[in-house]
Design a protein around this ligand. Structure first.
Ligand code: 6PG
Length: 480
């Protein structure tokens, strides 16, 4: 038994993680259900480090030094479940199974509890950065026990992205905390992508910019407050011309966005927790709308609003700047929502997640890496008990300067008939939280009227009241 760590599942992500580990001086056992993949990894990349290939799972396990660490990187769902069940037969108390796929955190909690009975540590780990990140340095979000992190953490920290010598990897918290945080990372990723897509739609369909011009606009945003990997990706995608037709690439791609489920999980979980994440929810719904082919065709054919046209934009440059501000404001709101979801789940589950550390490990390697994460990190450093990112000094100042333009952009979008659901709902989120009074009081009245659901009074917030709506004079009574 000589290998420091093993990787089970050698698809692109697994193979790249194994190579990254080997390149950092770790001896890596590798196993794949079909041997050809293992052989291909060794023949192509065997010289990059110390690999210990096995054709049989028993040999893979036997090649690991104790306590054994095996990372599973197979297809999420049934594939992961099967791999865990095979491994647990062969492992011993003290050994560590790591699931590095995008797994729903409740599955991770269930598996962690079950493996714990056997004395095996189960570490659900978020890994972000796609194929390239897995090889060159991803952001890594491990959950599980602190004890397992002592053995596993240094290896993961050595292969993660680094910012100023600090690894983009930290122990997130116990059981499903790592997968939870990765789920919310993806939810924020969905929101960020949708917001960027709405900015593109506004620049194109309201301001009339060409795709090439929009590519340049995003190129210029690379260097400001919006500096981020997703803005880089956007500029690259928009600049591509389809070689077959000479058309912008974005015009030859079918406008139906796919999804593998993490945005939906983030939204569903927020609903369960009672946390508002409208930007993430709108982003997920927008993908669903885009893929509703028959629905779109039917409504399009009904020609509901033939009158809507693009409004003349007097000053294009000013509009472009307004869209930039609206995008930045919306982005702050979306991140505030995601961090609120993490904070709420952390309190509910007793995870004690360090929110500033999440911002720190997302600064590089992952898909949502952005300059703006420095501000979030600073915000939590200045005030670890910060209730919302909206109120952090640097971010609230940014929001204040974005709001006038943001309102204009949302209004212009509505007048032009160009959908900007994530811009609009992010603005509504801020406006709801700012409001001294919400119309929720009316909803309480309605609930009390038709269902005796009771209400609290502003002059007695603890007391439970009900109006006898059906009685003459409609008297109010206080319930015990
Ligand atoms: C990452 C990505 C990664 C994957 C998403 C894509 O952090 O590296 O988020 O996990 O690209 O799952 O999700 P959709 O297919 O749902 O867009």
């Amino acid at each position: 038994a000589s290998a420091d760590i093993g990787v089970y599942g050698l698809g692109v992500m697994g193979a790249n993680l194994a190579r990254n580990l080997a390149r950092h001086g770790h001896s890596v056992a590798v196993f794949n259900r079909t041997l050809a993949r293992t052989e291909r990894l060794i023949s192509r990349h065997g010289s990059e480090g110390d690999f210990v290939p096995s054709a049989r799972l028993e040999d893979f396990v036997a090649s690991l030094r104790r306590p054994r660490v095996a990372i599973i990187m197979v297809q999420a769902g049934a594939g992961t479940e099967a791999a865990i069940n095979q491994l647990r037969e062969l492992l011993e108390p003290g050994d560590i199974i790591v699931d590095a796929g995008n797994t729903f955190y409740k599955d991770t909690q269930r598996r962690e509890a079950s493996l714990r009975e056997q004395g095996i540590h189960f570490v659900g780990t978020g890994v972000s950065g796609g194929e390239e990140g897995a090889l060159e340095g991803p952001a890594i979000m491990p959950g599980g026990t602190a004890e397992s992190y002592e053995r596993l953490g240094p290896m993961l920290e050595s292969i993660s992205a680094q910012v100023d010598g600090e690894p983009c990897c930290t122990h997130v918290g116990p059981d499903g905390a790592g997968h939870f945080v990765k789920m919310v990372h993806n939810g924020i990723e969905y929101a960020d992508m949708q917001l960027i897509a709405e900015a593109y739609a506004l620049l194109r369909d309201v301001a009339g910019l060409s795709v090439a011009e929009i590519a340049e606009v995003f190129g210029s945003w690379r260097h400001g407050e919006l500096e981020s990997y997703l803005i880089d990706v956007t500029a690259e995608v928009l600049a591509r011309v389809d070689p077959a037709t000479g058309e912008p690439f974005v015009d030859v791609v079918l406008d139906a966005a796919g999804q593998k489920g993490t945005g939906a999980w983030t939204t569903q979980t927020a609903l369960e927790l009672g946390v508002a994440v409208p930007a993430i929810a709108e982003a997920t719904f927008a993908r669903a709308v885009s893929s509703s082919t028959a629905l779109r065709a039917a409504v399009r054919a009904a020609d509901l609003d033939p009158g809507t046209t693009a409004v003349a934009v007097e000053d294009r440059d000013a509009f472009v700047e307004s869209v930039r501000l609206a995008l930045y404001g919306s982005k702050i709101a979306a991140y505030a929502q995601g961090f609120d979801e993490i904070a709420t789940a952390s309190a509910d589950n007793g995870w004690e997640i360090d929110l500033g550390a999440m911002a720190r490990i997302w600064r590089d390697g992952c898909i949502i890496r952005a300059r703006f994460l420095d501000d979030i990190m600073t915000a939590y450093a200045q005030d670890p008990s910060l209730v919302s990112l909206l109120t952090a000094p640097a971010l609230s100042a940014a929001l204040q300067s974005a709001l006038p333009a943001w309102r204009e952009v949302v209004a212009t979008a509505a007048r032009s008939g160009v959908a900007a659901p994530a811009f609009a709902s992010s603005l509504a989120y801020v406006d709801q939280l700012r409001a001294p009074r919400l119309p929720a009081a009316l909803i309480q009245g309605q609930r009390d009227f038709f269902g005796s659901h009771t209400y609290h009074r502003v002059d007695d917030p603890e007391g439970v009241y009900h109006v006898l709506w059906a009685q003459a004079g409609r008297p109010e009574e206080k319930w015990d």
